[in-house]
Design a protein around this ligand. Structure first.
Ligand SMILES: [Zn+2]
Length: 419
């Protein structure tokens, strides 16, 4: 089937949220969001003065402009080039607020032709950069909140929707948001592609560079130098031994064991000299129940026993695992809402990758949940089934309107909001 015509950019405000109006508006909003360039420079030079996410923010603000008296809007800069948008709809004041979060930035459009920002619809799927990661979740959360506002429903607790910046690189958006709030949330729902299966647990991340320092010499007289590449071979073997040890331990039921992966290597300067330096980038995916920073320390300690001069960079990223109890009433109720909407095949699952939800670990229970398939994210021709986006709106809306009050309020069942 060839590409269908694009939806018009104009967003009509439709007062009644019938299934067909939800479909039209959801398709239009997602199309508009994919068209907006919000590529994260991923630590590289960014030549513009406007924050990466500004155009997305303006688009969402426009949707809520007619509801300024009920929904407050706050722009939240998190770095010179990143900015989040926080929308708040007040609910019952005696209950903790609910946090919903999706991110606005995308990875770079590497290898895409021009259709990265010119989405097409084929066989009911919208193809475009960021279509599933993460603009489908973003559109669905925005529209779920908008429907509640338009229907004049008073939510059982305050709903805070964070349209977050910079998730793909340094996660400054969620971190700045948490830094500037009292963190007293009942729970968090983080929109990322999970095929609408709730994810209460995912791995944490520790990423940094390891360098072996040697001494250069003429390669005709290698005994006069210290070969940094030979040292790095031993470092990599030690990392493999550490990984084997971690994998032999019992791990959490929803994710695989901790992995340690060397993702980059550089060493040596010329073909006829002993290399005086060799560096690797290491990416450690830490299982729920473990501590990312502590695992990094352990690895550094073990490497210090090797007879080589080794140095470590500061972490490029250090984020904790998400470890919400899958057996809790909160996890089970969210699962039940998903099953009611998409069918009994919905199930709790774990993920090997990190999300912004990690930053709430230990503060309040959080679940990652959104439309789309992570295996298609960060790839050419990323796509999303439009029906899944509409199902996500229904699921988010039900969660937003669910009180969860009988077990999640800290005053009733302990102080951390968990069962
Ligand atoms: Zn994402």
């Amino acid at each position: 089937m060839g590409p269908a015509p694009l939806f018009p950019l104009k967003l009509n405000r439709i007062p009644m949220n019938t299934p067909s109006s939800r479909q039209q508006r959801s398709d239009e909003l997602l199309t508009s969001l994919v068209r907006i360039h919000s590529v994260n420079p991923m630590g590289k030079d960014y030549p513009h003065t406007e924050p990466v996410e500004r155009k997305v923010i303006e688009h969402i603000e426009q949707l809520f402009a007619p509801h300024a008296s009920s929904v407050t809007r706050r722009r939240l800069p998190s770095s010179p080039i990143h900015e989040s948008l926080v929308l708040t709809l007040p609910g019952r004041a005696d209950r903790r607020a609910a946090l919903f979060e999706s991110h606005m930035d995308t990875v770079p459009a590497c290898g895409w032709q021009d259709r990265a920002f010119h989405p097409v619809v084929q066989s009911g799927e919208l193809i475009g950069l960021g279509s599933s990661d993460d603009k489908a979740s973003l559109a669905a959360m925005v529209l779920a909140l908008l429907e509640i506002v338009e229907e004049s429903i008073s939510p059982p607790r305050t709903i805070v929707l964070v349209c977050a910046a910079d998730e793909e690189y340094a996660q400054t958006g969620i971190r700045e948001f948490l830094r500037t709030t009292d963190k007293q949330f009942a729970y968090g729902i983080f929109g990322e592609p999970t095929q609408l299966n709730p994810v209460p647990q995912h791995k944490g991340i520790a990423r940094w560079d390891i360098t072996v320092h040697g001494r250069s010499a003429h390669s005709g007289c290698p005994e006069l130098g210290v070969n940094a590449i030979s040292g790095m071979v031993e470092v990599i073997r030690a990392l493999q031994r550490r990984q084997e040890k971690l994998q032999s331990r019992p791990t959490c039921s929803l994710t695989s064991a901790t992995t340690i992966t060397v993702t980059k290597i550089a060493g040596g300067q010329t073909r006829n000299a002993i290399p005086e330096q060799c560096a690797i980038a290491v990416d450690v995916r830490v299982s729920p129940g473990m501590d990312s920073a502590a695992e990094r320390e352990t690895i550094m300690d073990e490497l210090s026993a090797l007879p080589w001069n080794i140095s470590h960079s500061e972490p490029q990223l250090l984020s904790p695992p998400l470890n919400t109890d899958p057996q809790s009433s909160f996890s089970r109720d969210v699962l039940s809402i998903c099953q009611q909407t998409i069918g009994n095949h919905a199930h709790l699952q774990g993920m090997p990758y990190g999300t912004d939800a990690a930053w709430t670990a230990g503060l309040f229970p959080s679940i990652v949940l959104g439309p789309g398939d992570i295996r298609l994210a960060h790839a050419i021709d990323e796509r999303i089934a439009l029906t899944e986006v509409r199902q996500a709106i229904a699921i988010y809306k039900q969660i937003m309107l669910h009180p969860f009050a009988e077990y999640i309020e800290p005053n009733r069942f302990g102080s951390d909001g968990r069962t």
